[in-house]
Design a protein around this ligand. Structure first.
Ligand code: BG6
Length: 481
C-alpha cells in the first residue's frame, strides 16, 4: 500500500507579529518588549534599552510593514497554497499597558480583519498568544513574569481574544519557545520570554524558575478557560526542541546529555502532565531555592494540560564531560559539568546552527514516546544570506535542500514510525526581522523582502526559487520533494 500523508495535513508558514507587522504605535498599540530591542548581528548582541530612545534604530518598529500590506502578502500565501498561517497576536495591541481591564478595540479589529482575510482565502490561522510581545509597561511596573500579577493579566488578555476570535481560530499556542529562558546566560531570552531582567542581587536560575512556573500556571489556566469558551479549540504548548546528544558512548556523557535535556523537559512535562517533575523539585531543594506556588496553582496545572505539543526545530547540540574537547562557540551555552562541543557528523549554518535533519525525526519520536500527544512542527527553517541574480531572481537552493531533508525525515517519523503530526509551518515564510540578531539579512523566507540590516529598502516582495518548490510540495501533499 502506498504510504501517504493524511489529506488534512496542515502545510503552512510561520511568523510572529513583532517580526513582521511594524506599525509599532498605530491604532493605540502600546510599547512591547520587542520595541526596545536594538539591532545586533551575528557577533554583537541586541541591546535592551531603557524605553524607546531617540536616534536609535529599532528594527521591529517598521519590520516588513505587514500591518499595512497583509492583503497583498496573503495573496502570495494563497498562490503558494498555504493551508494554514501561524502568527501571533501582539498583546500590546490589545492591552497597550497590559494591566487594563478593557481592551483596545482598534487592536482587536486589526486581527478580526486579518483573520477574515486569511479565512476568505482558504488559510487557517494558527495563533500564538505570547511570542515576545509582552507590553513593556508590565516590565516597568511589575518586573515581568517573576511577578504573579502577570498570571491574571495574561489570563484576562487570553480571555478577551479567545472569546472574540472563537469562530475564526481553532489552533492556539500559549508561550512561544517557553524554554529558551532556561539557557539563562542570555538576557535576551529572559527578556523575550518573560519581560524579566535579572537584578544584581538575584540568583538568575531561581528567578527564571519562578517566572517560568508563573507562565506555566498562566498557560494552564488559559487552556482550561479556552476549552470552556470553545470545546473544539486545540490549545498547544510551544517548545524549542534542540535535542542534545552525548558526544561519546561514555556513560557520563550520556548522563550529562540527559540532565541537559531535563532543562527543556521541565516545561513540556508540566504542560503535558500537569505536575512539577521530581527532578525539578529535587533541584530546588538541593539549591535551596524558594519557589512560590500554592495548592490551588498546582491544581490549575493539573486541570490545564495541553492538547498537543507545538515546537520549533532548527538544530541539534552535543555535550561532553571530557574536558579536553574543544568548545565550539556554538549558540547553546555550556551547562554545569557538560561542555557544548561541535558534532563532527553535521555541518552548521553561517550563524553556527548545526544542520541535522535526522534530529527532527529523533525529536518527533522521543517527544511522542514521552507524552503520547499529537505534535505540530510550527517552526523549522534556514537562516541564510540571499543574493539577487542579475535578472533579479533568488536562487536559494541551500534553503530548499535544508527544508527538503527535514520534510523527508518528518515523513519517516509519520509514515514509518507512526508519530501523529498535525502539520508543518516553516519559519519566516516571508523574510522578517531576525529575533536573535535583529538582522533583516538573516533571511528565512520563500518570499524576499527588499530591506537591509540598516532598515533601507523599498519593502518590495519577490518570490524565491524555494517558493515555487514549496508550492509543488504542498500541491502533491509532500510527494514531490
Ligand atoms: C525562534 C523564534 O527562536 O526561532 C523566532 O520563535 C525566531 O521568533 C526563530 O525568529 C529564528 O531565530 P532567529 O534568531 O534566526 O530569528
Amino acid at each position: 500500500m502506498k504510504k501517504e500523508l493524511p489529506r488534512e495535513f496542515l502545510w503552512g508558514g510561520a511568523v510572529a507579529a513583532h517580526q513582521i507587522e511594524g506599525a509599532w504605535q498605530e491604532a493605540g498599540k502600546g510599547i512591547s518588549i520587542a520595541d526596545v530591542m536594538t539591532a545586533g548581528s551575528n557577533t554583537t548582541q541586541r541591546q535592551i534599552t531603557d524605553g524607546v530612545l531617540p536616534d536609535t534604530y529599532y528594527p521591529n518598529h517598521e519590520a516588513i510593514d505587514f500591518y499595512h500590506r497583509y492583503r497583498e502578502d496573503i495573496q502570495l500565501f494563497k498562490t503558494l497554497g498555504l493551508k494554514c498561517f501561524r502568527t501571533s497576536i501582539s498583546w500590546a495591541r490589545i492591552f497597550p499597558k497590559g494591566d487594563e481591564t478593557l481592551p483596545n478595540e482598534a487592536g482587536l479589529q486589526f486581527y478580526d480583519d486579518l483573520f477574515d482575510e486569511l479565512l476568505k482565502n482558504g488559510i487557517e490561522p494558527v495563533i500564538t498568544l505570547s511570542h515576545f510581545e509582552i507590553p513593556y509597561q508590565l516590565y516597568e511596573t511589575y518586573g515581568g513574569f517573576k511577578n504573579k500579577k502577570l498570571i491574571d493579566f495574561f489570563v484576562n488578555y487570553a480571555d478577551v481574544v479567545m472569546r472574540r476570535f472563537k469562530d475564526k481560530v481553532s489552533y492556539w499556542l500559549t508561550f512561544n519557545e517557553i524554554n529558551n529562558q532556561a539557557d539563562g546566560q542570555h538576557s535576551l531570552h529572559t527578556w523575550t520570554n518573560s519581560a524579566v531582567l535579572i537584578e544584581a542581587d538575584e540568583i538568575a536560575e531561581e528567578v527564571i524558575y519562578q517566572a517560568s512556573l508563573n507562565e506555566l500556571i498562566a498557560s494552564a489556566k488559559v487552556v482550561k478557560l479556552g476549552h470552556e469558551i470553545n470545546p473544539a479549540f486545540k490549545i498547544g504548548a510551544m517548545m524549542a526542541y534542540v535535542p542534545v546528544y552525548p558526544f561519546s558512548a561514555k556513560p557520563e556523557d550520556q548522563m550529562a546529555a540527559s540532565k541537559v535535556m531535563e532543562r527543556r523537559y521541565f516545561y513540556s512535562d508540566i504542560h503535558a502532565r500537569g505536575v512539577i517533575p521530581s527532578y525539578t523539585l529535587k533541584d530546588w531543594e538541593q539549591k535551596g531555592y524558594q519557589i512560590d506556588y500554592t495548592e490551588s496553582e498546582l491544581q490549575s496545572l493539573k486541570e490545564g494540560t495541553v492538547d498537543y505539543i507545538g515546537f520549533s526545530y532548527y538544530m541539534s547540540g552535543t555535550v561532553t564531560t571530557q574536558k579536553e574537547e574543544t568548545v565550539s562557540g556554538h549558540k547553546i551555552p555550556d551547562f554545569p559539568n557538560a561542555k557544548v562541543v561541535k558534532n563532527p557528523y553535521v555541518k552548521a549554518s553561517d550563524w553556527g546552527w548545526q544542520i541535522d535533519p535526522v534530529g527532527l525525526r529523533y525529536v518527533l519520536n522521543t517527544v511522542y514516546q514521552r507524552y503520547n500527544l499529537p505534535l505540530f512542527i510550527v517552526e523549522n527553517g534556514f537562516g541564510a544570506y540571499d543574493k539577487l541574480s542579475d535578472e533579479g531572481q533568488i536562487h536559494d537552493g541551500y534553503r530548499i535542500a535544508y527544508l527538503k531533508a527535514h520534510i523527508q525525515e518528518m515523513k519517516k517519523a509519520i509514515l514509518d514510525d507512526g508519530v501523529p503530526v498535525i502539520g508543518y509551518t516553516p519559519w519566516g515564510i516571508i523574510d522578517l526581522v531576525s529575533f536573535g540578531t535583529g538582522e533583516m539579512e538573516k533571511r528565512y523566507g520563500m518570499i524576499y523582502v527588499d530591506k537591509d540590516n540598516a532598515g533601507k529598502g523599498t519593502l518590495e516582495r519577490r518570490i524565491k526559487e524555494s517558493y515555487t518548490w514549496y508550492q509543488k510540495v504542498i500541491q502533491s501533499n509532500g510527494e514531490e520533494l
